[in-house]
Design a protein around this ligand. Structure first.
Ligand SMILES: [Ca+2]
Length: 112
């Protein structure tokens, strides 16, 4: 086996197996940009160096995988925390967010 491919679809749509959302050998991965108002489904397939691909894994269903509170609104310099580099971005472009919301997130280190 050479690695895994992960595919996802929105509820009511089909998988597009020509375009994996992710491919690699790690056994965890992170997906960004999902909406908490949409239900997503995921399957994984293993592949080998000859181009063969396995059947689908068991299909997983999202349940609020990306609720809004999981994101840091202040993480403008997106390295996973809200700190001085984000403050510099906010100062350079104050239209990004109001200062009080930013202040409430300052110091977070759990941004996805
Ligand atoms: Ca940051």
């Amino acid at each position: 086996m050479a690695g895994y491919r992960v595919y996802y679809r929105e509820e009511g749509q089909n998988y597009d197996f020509d375009f994996p959302d992710w491919e690699g050998t790690e056994t965890t991965y992170t997906i960004y940009g999902l909406y908490d108002s949409i239900t997503y489904y995921f399957v994984a397939r293993a592949y080998d160096i000859y181009g063969n691909e396995s059947e689908n894994s068991i299909e997983l269903r999202s349940s609020g995988v990306a609720s809004k509170s999981d994101f840091c609104e202040g993480d403008f310099w997106p390295e996973g925390d809200v700190d001085g580099s984000d403050l510099a971005e906010l100062v350079a472009n104050p239209a990004l967010l109001d200062l009080s919301t930013f202040a409430a997130e300052f110091g977070r280190t759990d941004c996805p």
